[in-house]
Structures are given as structure tokens and as C-alpha cells.
Design a protein around this ligand. Structure first.
Ligand code: AMP
Ligand code: MG
Length: 401
């Protein structure tokens, strides 16, 4: 192998990853299947929203001019509960119509008073206040027909799926989900439910990584664990490359004799970089296996998660031009000291508490990269630049988990 980037900064690693893309395609899915998907094209509204002037309140519609000196008593000439009934009614001076939220405004009316501020007797209503013009929701005030309200790349959250329906779309063009193979490596790994022998542990990385892939809106394909054998690994990688868009491996990328993912990639794959200045998570490699992008993630459970969040997720969002899910970051004040490392971007798991003085970050859990509880029981991670000493009271950037 020739010279290749080694132990590089995260930004450089991201820049190298960005040169590799995967082929995307578009499919049309119905609304029910559009949740957590990435919109493939700009989406225009097929209608005005609202489509007609309507009432924002349950109450009465009337002419505003009639209500200037409350209390005012008006004659009730009808009820409008839904579309289609307003055509038959025109309000004249001295008249009111009972109206429900969302129902069209009858001709002649230009104000609404909510039912709580009225009393009725027979077919008259007494208004305790002036009618309110702003309780009429105007045609097109939210969206006008033809307006692009969701841009290509938008991640379809629940309210956005609702908005697609509001705009009149029964089906939505979305980016076809990427299939991401997840291969765990290590002779010591057993499936939860199996009996553990001495020296064996339960395989956990593939489950967490599968969740992270789903979080991004794609399809995880968990492949059975591969023992520390080059032949088994080669076969599994070949199969994964044939059937998937991206491969993630976990374990076997460090310096050791048995770190076979690194070894096989060095001998038979195409490595674009190896090792990143990130702690936890310095061992990863990125490259191609038979033209399929492959991330070799570290085996330590915290490290594999951190590398996914900091390296894999930004790349996948980038290649799909997705604007979500939004990676939430905030500033917090430290209520305990956190230690940087000399030359790596360092992430420390912390609890984050909302207080009257803003967010407080507290490191109260053992930070070992094998301690998955430190991640699972924390709300966020403090991001420290190399050498950034941080004491109680300092402001730091946190990324939410
Ligand atoms: P490795 O990078 O293969 O040397 O693994 C580093 C550490 O992570 C070792 O303690 C492994 O037992 C552990 N490990 C590797 N793969 C997994 C996995 N899929 N789930 C949980 N722990 C793992
Ligand atoms: Mg291993």
C-alpha cells in the first residue's frame, strides 16, 4: 500500500469521506410510509391553506360594526358547522350565525366572538365583547397554492408528514433508503440469550449501530458475527458488498495482530484513511471494499457509537443531502471538571440538567470506552478540543445523545 492519511483530524476525515458517494435513487411512497424519510424533491402545495376563510373559534359570526358598543344583542339566523352550509346564509345588520371552529365564514360576516363571551336566549345572542376580526383565518394565510414549503433533503418528521397531507399529496417522492450492512467481528462475541463461556461477552455494537442507521432513516442489515478468521471475514465482506450500499464493521481495526479488519483492508481493500484524532474512537478506518464504502469502527462499544455520531452520520447525511435528523448541540456550564486529551477531539459523557441559569453539564460516570452504561445513562457529551482544560463554571459545547 502507498502513503495514506493516518491519525488525522476529524475535519480531514470528513473531507476524505465526502469524496466518496453512493448512488441514490428516488421512490414514491404513500404518506403512511413517509415517516423518517428524506424528501427527494421540492414539494409544492397543491392547495391554499386554509382553502377558504374560516372561523378560529366555536362561537358566533357577525358584522363587526354591529358590535362596537357591547353588550350587543343580535338575532341568530342559522348554524354553520361545516363546509357547504354557508352559501345559503348572508348576514345582515343585527344578525349573527352560530359557527364552529374551521367552518367557512358566511357572506356579510367579518368578525367572530367565541362562545364563552356570549349568552343565548331563544333565537337571540348577547355578545359581552366586540367581535374579533383576527378570529377569521384567511384563505392562503398559511400556504398559497404552488408555494414550495418543504425543500428537497427535508427529513420527514411527524409534523412535516402532516404538512404533506395538508398540501394535498397522497404520495411523496423520497430518497430510497440505503442498505447498511453491520458486521461485528471477534471470537469472543456471543448473542444475548446464549451461554457465556470464560472470556466471552455479549455482542452489543450491532444493535446500537442498527438503531443509529434507523435514526437516519435507512435500513440496517445486521449480519451474524464473524470470528477472527480472514476467510470468514472475506466471505462476509464480499456478500455484504454485493447486497448493500454501505458496510460498517465493528472491532478489529486497532494495531493488534488479531485486528483482521485492518489487515484484510490493507492487503485486499482500499483504505482512504486509518485512525482519527478522536477520543474515544481513534482507531476507525474508511475505504472501499469492492467499490462499496466501508467504515471499520472500533470494537469498544462507546467508541463505535461516538465514531458513528461524529463521522458516519455526517457523511450519510451529506451524501443523501439530508437536512435531518438535526444533531442537537448547545452550550452548557460545567458543574464538574472534565479532562481533555493532548491531541484528540475528546468527548466526555455527562448528565445535562436544565436550571434557572441554563444547562449544567456534570461528569459523574466512569468514562471507559468499554462502559456502554456511561453513554446509555448520559444525556450528552461535552466536546473538548485538544488540550482544552475545562474547570467548574466554564462554558462548553455539548452534543445531545
Ligand atoms: P477490538 O477492537 O476487536 O480489539 O475490540 C475492542 C473491545 O471491544 C474488546 O474488548 C472487544 O471484546 C469489544 N468488542 C468488540 N466488538 C464488540 C461488539 N460487537 N459488541 C461489544 N463489544 C465488542
Ligand atoms: Mg476483536
Amino acid at each position: 500500500m502507498g502513503e495514506r492519511p493516518y491519525f488525522i483530524e476529524l475535519e480531514q476525515a470528513l473531507a476524505i469521506c465526502a469524496k466518496t458517494t453512493v448512488k441514490l435513487s428516488v421512490e414514491e411512497v404513500d404518506l403512511d410510509n413517509s415517516h423518517n424519510r428524506i424528501l427527494a424533491t421540492d414539494l409544492q402545495s397543491l392547495v391554499n391553506d386554509p382553502a377558504f376563510d374560516n372561523s378560529a373559534m366555536d362561537g358566533f359570526a357577525m358584522r363587526h360594526q354591529d358590535t362596537l358598543n357591547p353588550p350587543t344583542t343580535l338575532q341568530i339566523i342559522g348554524t354553520i358547522q361545516a363546509a357547504g352550509q354557508e352559501d345559503q346564509i348572508t348576514i345582515q345588520s343585527g344578525q349573527a350565525v352560530r359557527i364552529m371552529t374551521g367552518a367557512p365564514i358566511p357572506k356579510g360576516a367579518d368578525a367572530i366572538l367565541q362562545v364563552e363571551l356570549t349568552s343565548t336566549e331563544g333565537n337571540t345572542v348577547t355578545l359581552q365583547k366586540e367581535g374579533m376580526k383576527h378570529f377569521i383565518r384567511k384563505k392562503g394565510e398559511n400556504l398559497t397554492k404552488g408555494e414550495v414549503s418543504l425543500a428537497a433533503g427535508t427529513f420527514l418528521t411527524p409534523s412535516r408528514v402532516g404538512l404533506c397531507a395538508t398540501m394535498g399529496h397522497p404520495t411523496i417522492p423520497v430518497v430510497k433508503q440505503l442498505k447498511v450492512a453491520i458486521i461485528s467481528t471477534g471470537d469472543e462475541l456471543k448473542q444475548p440469550g446464549e451461554e457465556l463461556g470464560y472470556g466471552e461477552i455479549y455482542e452489543s455494537n450491532s444493535f446500537g449501530l442498527a438503531g443509529l442507521i434507523k435514526w437516519l432513516g435507512h435500513i440496517p442489515v445486521r449480519i451474524h458475527c464473524v470470528g477472527d478468521s480472514l476467510d470468514a471475514l472475506r466471505n462476509t465482506l464480499n456478500e455484504a458488498a454485493t447486497n448493500n450500499d454501505i458496510i460498517l464493521t465493528s472491532g478489529g481495526v486497532s494495531m493488534g495482530e488479531w485486528d483482521l479488519v485492518r489487515k484484510i483492508m490493507e492487503d485486499e481493500g482500499d483504505i482512504h484513511f486509518w485512525r482519527v484524532k478522536l477520543r474515544p474512537g481513534s482507531p476507525p478506518l474508511f475505504g472501499l471494499w469492492q467499490n462499496t464504502p466501508i467504515f471499520g469502527l472500533p470494537g469498544n462499544p462507546v467508541s463505535s457509537h461516538v465514531v458513528f455520531r461524529m463521522l458516519v452520520a455526517p457523511w450519510i447525511r451529506n451524501i443523501t443531502a439530508a437536512t435531518g435528523p438535526i444533531e442537537s448541540r448547545a452550550n452548557a456550564t460545567l458543574s464538574s471538571a472534565v479532562k481533555p486529551t493532548k491531541d484528540c477531539l475528546t468527548l466526555r459523557r455527562v448528565s445535562i440538567e436544565m436550571t434557572d441559569n441554563g444547562l449544567l453539564a456534570h461528569q459523574n460516570i466512569h468514562q471507559g470506552s468499554g462502559n456502554l452504561a456511561s453513554m446509555a445513562l448520559s444525556e450528552g457529551m461535552v466536546i473538548l478540543h485538544p488540550g482544552q482544560e475545562s474547570a467548574i463554571g466554564d462554558k462548553v459545547e455539548v452534543i445531545f445523545l
